[in-house]
Design a protein around this ligand. Structure first.
Ligand code: COA
Length: 327
């Protein structure tokens, strides 16, 4: 890993603001999720706008003006077709560069890292920009208090380059998994080929994101704990070797359960969910950039990443933090 950056839309939405239109309260949201506020993109701001902001900062941080491939992990592409990555690459001055999207909902960034690492190992690319970017607010049912309070918008990005397995920044191994039998637990029912929108109005609420919160909570804890343990095993690390757990920011209580399951003290979890909510595929790279900028992540420290999302999907990897500027 050779560079990191992030981008948040300027509008901050507090719990109190949501409580003015939904039957909820700041106290409920804080105590059940750990979230205090989130950022929402203004109408007219698309996922690619945030992705370009984060990608430009990651490129600058890496000292590389261009890369050989651009991967965008997102649940909220600018359009159903084409993918968002090519326009992001073009706007970053990389017309002609390989660019594609990865769709694994909140696990998308870890899947994106794995495919980027694969491109490098296969010598298809020497440097890859991996961006997680979301305007998740565009999927939320404004009347659904169980989802509206959780998600936020944002983007984070990293640059990967080829290197040795022993230098700071070395990434991997990976653990990835899925269980499509849990498809209905996290879903936007309408708009794809299963429930088509062409010429037919979606059934009420079915164009919005829906989630079975309690079931998702249990699956998230189980899968992230299992995946994190598997990747630690593959890396030959013990829980005690991990300086920081940067997990998908789904719910503070989920992160604490995962840390406990792995055998890590809570103090080793980096959390920014209070400030940004759950930003889906953007969550881990946004957290990495904030932890780096705040001086929490220091060179050569050992970092464990784990994520869980719709699909169901999950994935984990490890890295040693590189020496990067903090400008
Ligand atoms: N404000 C106030 N009350 C709310 C509420 C809100 N925003 N959302 C739900 N409630 C109510 C429910 O209606 C329910 O009321 P009832 O007891 O009268 O039926 C009560 O709170 C408990 O609901 P429940 O769903 O059991 O709450 P919970 O403690 O499981 O918390 C979530 C709900 C969504 C916060 C929690 O399940 C969660 O975080 N799930 C995982 C979500 C997630 O991480 N998704 C992304 C994964 S990638």
């Amino acid at each position: 890993m050779a560079g990191v950056g992030s981008c948040l839309p300027s509008r901050v939405v507090s719990n109190d603001e949501l409580a003015t239109r939904l039957d909820t309260s700041d106290a409920w949201i804080r105590s059940r999720t750990g979230i205090e506020q989130r950022h929402f993109a203004a109408p007219g701001t698309a996922t690619s706008d945030l992705a370009v902001g984060a990608g430009a900062k990651a490129l600058k941080s890496s000292g590389e003006p261009t890369v050989d491939a651009v991967i965008v992990a997102t649940t909220t592409p600018d359009r159903p077709c084409p993918a968002t990555a090519p326009v992001v690459a073009a706007r970053l001055g990389m017309t002609g560069t390989a660019a594609y999207d990865v769709s694994a909902v909140c696990t998308g960034f870890v899947y994106g890292l794995a495919t980027a690492a694969g491109l490098i190992l296969a010598e298809v690319a020497d440097r890859v920009l991996v961006i997680g970017a979301e305007t998740f607010s565009t999927l939320l049912d404004p009347d659904d208090r169980s989802t509206s309070v959780i998600f936020g918008d944002g983007a984070g990005a990293v640059v990967l380059r080829s290197g040795t397995g022993t230098e700071p920044g070395a990434l991997g191994p990976f653990d990835l998994g899925s269980d499509g039998e849990g498809e209905a637990l996290i879903t936007v029912p309408a708009g794809g080929s299963r429930q088509r929108l062409s010429g037919v109005a979606p059934r009420p609420g079915e164009a919005y994101f829906a989630m079975s919160g309690k079931d998702v909570f249990r699956h998230a804890v189980r899968r992230m704990t299992g995946s994190a343990k598997a990747v630690l095993d593959r890396a030959g690390w013990n829980a005690g070797d991990v300086d920081h757990l940067v997990s998908h920011q789904a719910n503070l209580r989920i992160t604490h359960h995962v840390a406990e399951g792995i055998g890590l003290p809570r103090e080793r979890c980096f959390n920014n969910i209070a400030e940004v909510g759950n930003t889906a595929a953007a969550s881990i790279p946004l957290a990495l950039d904030q932890a780096h900028t705040r001086g929490v992540l220091r060179p050569a420290q050992r970092v464990l990443l784990t994520a869980f999302g719709g699909g169901l999907t999950w994935g984990s990897t490890v890295l040693t933090w590189p020496q990067l500027d903090r400008s």
